[in-house]
Write a protein that binds this ligand. Structure first.
Ligand code: NAP
Length: 292
């Protein structure tokens, strides 16, 4: 059996097209042009790249973008003052503080300072809290885990009543992915570094989400035959055959998993493109809400 490859790049491109059409429609109807503000603290090269990619993606769909850069030694007050000004700016519908913040800054306090109406990353404690509560809905849902659910649905995974195993319990991926799957009526097991018999637990999953950050840790024989596998991991491994000296791999040993799973996301080209597409979608929705 060879798994169906879930093409996140193509699915994300469809979402971006829908967002571009939505932006045009909103502006034509006299509504505001959606605006996304990024806040980058320090000079982490990966964070700089992510922020650049987000600005480029905004431009492509007609969303205005604004960038604030602060030095690595910016104080808590300085960062929160920037956020507070963006909260008041009517041209800004989404605020994205690029994580991780430099050591010494209180991440939770900064995220809490973002207006929940503009929390397009979905990391505000109130949005996460609502995600965790029955009968409550967050205004925005974190983009990467939301992308995982979209990919599962597009692949035809039956979520309701399924056993879903999530490896990783981070605030940005594993935990919100688990909360979203509960809302989809799946039965969840959350694994982490202290889980015993991880291969055995993974094999119970009709759905397996890997958000670990360990290259190709999940082997083919950890996967239940016919499972739907979402690989969130993005890891660099040395590869002298590549010009840049490395290649990207996921947390799942793809070549083995593809022989066992019903469907699987590749790395790159799986979950990655869904994250930015989700951010654009949330920013448009925020502008639409502001227009109501
Ligand atoms: P993280 O905050 O480092 O969390 C990793 C999780 O994996 C933790 O819960 C950790 O357990 C668990 N873990 C680590 N080693 C393990 C092991 N040997 N066995 C079992 N569990 C283990 O990472 P993250 O931010 O969630 O990111 C996870 C991966 O996704 C990374 O590769 C990251 O680059 C990627 N990512 C991709 C996107 C995208 O857009 N595609 C977005 C975000 C992240 P403990 O809690 O016990 O420490």
């Amino acid at each position: 059996m060879t798994a169906k490859i879930i093409d996140g790049k193509a699915i994300a491109a469809e979402i971006r097209e829908d967002v571009a059409a939505g932006v045009e429609e909103l502006v034509k109807a006299g509504g505001p042009r959606p605006g996304l503000a990024t806040v980058l603290v320090g000079e982490n090269p990966a964070s700089q790249t992510y922020v650049r990619m987000k600005h480029k993606a905004c431009l492509e769909v007609g969303i205005e973008s604004f960038g604030t850069e602060l030095p690595a030694d910016a104080s808590q007050e300085q960062v929160e003052k920037v956020v507070s000004e963006l909260n008041k700016d009517p041209k800004v519908h989404g605020i994205l503080v690029q994580l991780p913040l430099p050591a010494g800054l209180d991440e939770e306090s900064v995220l809490r300072a973002i207006s929940i109406e503009k929390d397009v990353d979905g990391f505000h404690p109130i949005n996460i809290g609502r995600l965790a509560q029955k009968g409550r809905e967050p205004i925005f849902v974190p983009c990467t885990p939301a992308g995982c659910i979209v990919l599962l649905k597009k692949a035809g995974a039956p979520l309701e009543g399924s056993r879903a195993v999530i490896v990783g319990r981070s605030n940005i991926v594993g935990m919100p992915a688990a909360l979203l799957l509960v809302k989809e009526n799946a039965t969840i097991t959350i694994c982490h570094s202290r889980t015993q018999d991880l291969p055995g637990v993974c094999r119970e999953g009709d759905i397996l989400i890997a958000a670990i950050g360990q290259p190709e840790m999940i082997r083919g024989d950890w996967i239940k035959p016919g499972a739907y596998v979402i690989d969130v991991g993005v890891n660099r491994v040395d590869d002298p055959t590549k010009k840049r000296g490395y290649r990207l791999v996921g947390d799942v040993a793809f070549d083995e998993a593809v022989e066992v799973a019903e469907a699987i996301t590749p790395v790159p080209g799986g979950v990655g493109p869904m994250t930015i597409a989700g951010l654009l979608k949330n920013t448009l929705r925020s502008a639409q809400r502001a227009d109501q």
